[in-house]
Design a protein around this ligand. Structure first.
Ligand code: TRP
Ligand code: SF4
Length: 400
């Protein structure tokens, strides 16, 4: 049992590009070695904005999952699944909708922003308004405490914490709570149970914060308790009710250094991407025709690397020696732009070659991909069901 659980989701946008790789996937790949990780395709989220054109969601999910795997997300380390295949997310979303104040949803900054930005779509829908709540359900249902996301998602994490807090406050006093907590203490075993009680008393009677921390650490290390019992004991320490839902923290992903071909953020809608499965010829052509510092009209005009998107690519792909060569050659017009781009082309092709090889193998073997996802969905469902039992019970819905 790990102390921390990481969860993140990605909307199924089809095949992924270098922006996703450097901005998200490399981070997931390093997290999977450090934490228990769950990663999912957020297909319902795609419908919150594309409800009128659902046609390609399924194909997009499979393309995206192949790219995750090809990039190195490892199904023996992380649990990979599809949101809509774990329908418990929907139940939690529904139950939480009962106690979510409308004003909280209306105040989420992305709500008005996106509505104003995506004017070609009618986003005055129930689903779109509720999207942060659905995202909260995605997270809270796994009691995930760490959620790797970009800056734009931070308000949603804050929203999820507020919902968790409100939920615990409202429903945390389960019937027979005291007895259940005491039964859970017993399950700790003699020595640990005694220590837990001592630490709890020291905190509750004397406000000893260090004792509280020790008791939390003790629970963190404990392996033989169900998550429900564990949460109960965390809650019991501080005298409150049971912590049914865990407040998640954002694990802020560093902004990617990888720009698009035109220097803006890499994004399909800007048409400035290099796909992970882009053909080598196409990669070469795209980089050869990338814009450079506009001051270099002729080969003999010196340039400024900082004004050139190719320079940003060198930050990702080149070592100090190559970067020094670029700076000297660009500012003195000693090298031409085509020459300057050559090491970038080679760097990108070298990075993509093994990814493309794995993607090819996976594409030829769809059963393997389907099985990985089926296993992941089973694992995720099991965790989700455990939380839902507690949620239903706390809301008075435990019908045998
Ligand atoms: N909202 C996220 C996005 O648009 C995707 C997402 C859905 C997500 N549910 C999540 C991310 C839960 C993290 C955790 O990028
Ligand atoms: Fe950009 Fe390189 Fe040309 Fe300078 S030499 S403008 S850094 S491509």
């Amino acid at each position: 049992m790990y102390a921390d659980r990481v969860l993140s989701g990605m909307r199924p946008t089809g095949s992924l590009h270098l922006g996703h790789y450097h901005g998200v996937l490399k981070n997931w790949i390093s997290l999977q070695h450090e934490y228990e990780c769950l990663f999912f395709a957020a297909d319902w989220h795609a419908l919150t904005t594309h409800y009128d054109s659902p046609g390609d969601i399924e194909a997009n999910v499979w393309q995206m999952v192949i790219d995750w795997l090809a990039a190195g997300v490892d199904p023996s380390k992380a649990t990979l699944f599809i949101q809509s295949r774990v329908i418990e997310h929907a139940e939690l979303h529904l139950l939480m909708s009962m106690m979510t104040p409308l004003g909280w949803l209306e105040r989420v900054p992305t709500y008005k922003d996106q509505q104003e930005k995506l004017t070609e779509k009618d986003l005055s829908t129930y689903g779109f308004l509720g999207y942060p709540l659905l995202m909260s359900a995605d997270i809270l249902i796994y009691r995930a405490n760490r959620v790797p996301v970009g800056e734009d998602q931070v308000p949603h994490l804050e929203f999820a914490r507020e919902i968790a807090r409100r939920f615990n406050h409202m429903y945390g006093k389960e019937p027979g709570y005291e007895e259940k907590a005491l039964a859970a203490v017993k399950k700790l075993g003699g020595k640990k149970a005694k220590l837990y009680q001592e630490l709890r008393t020291r905190f509750q009677q004397a406000g000893d914060e260090a004792a509280l921390e020790s008791a939390k650490a003790l629970l963190g290390e404990t392996q033989n308790l169900s998550l429900g019992d564990k949460e109960r004991l965390y809650g019991y320490l501080e005298g409150g009710g049971k912590m049914i839902l865990t407040e998640p923290q954002a694990l802020l992903t560093e902004a990617s250094k990888m720009p698009g071909l035109d220097g803006q953020k890499m994004s399909k809608s800007y048409g400035n991407t290099i796909a992970l499965r882009e053909e080598p010829d196409s990669v070469t052509k795209k980089i050869r025709t990338m814009p450079t510092d506009p001051a270099r009209v002729r080969r003999t005009d010196p340039g400024t690397p900082e004004k050139c998107p190719v320079w940003q690519f060198h930050q990702v792909y080149s070592n100090d020696e190559v970067k020094a060569w670029v700076r000297a050659g660009c500012t003195s017009a000693g090298i031409g732009c085509i020459e300057c781009k050559q090491p970038v082309i080679e760097g990108v092709l070298k990075e993509l070659a093994p990814i493309q090889e794995r993607a090819r193998a996976l594409t030829e073997d769809p059963d393997t991909v389907k099985n990985i996802i089926a296993d992941g969905c089973d694992k995720a469902r099991e965790l989700a069901r455990e939380t839902m039992r507690d949620v239903r019970e706390s809301m008075g819905l435990s019908f045998g």
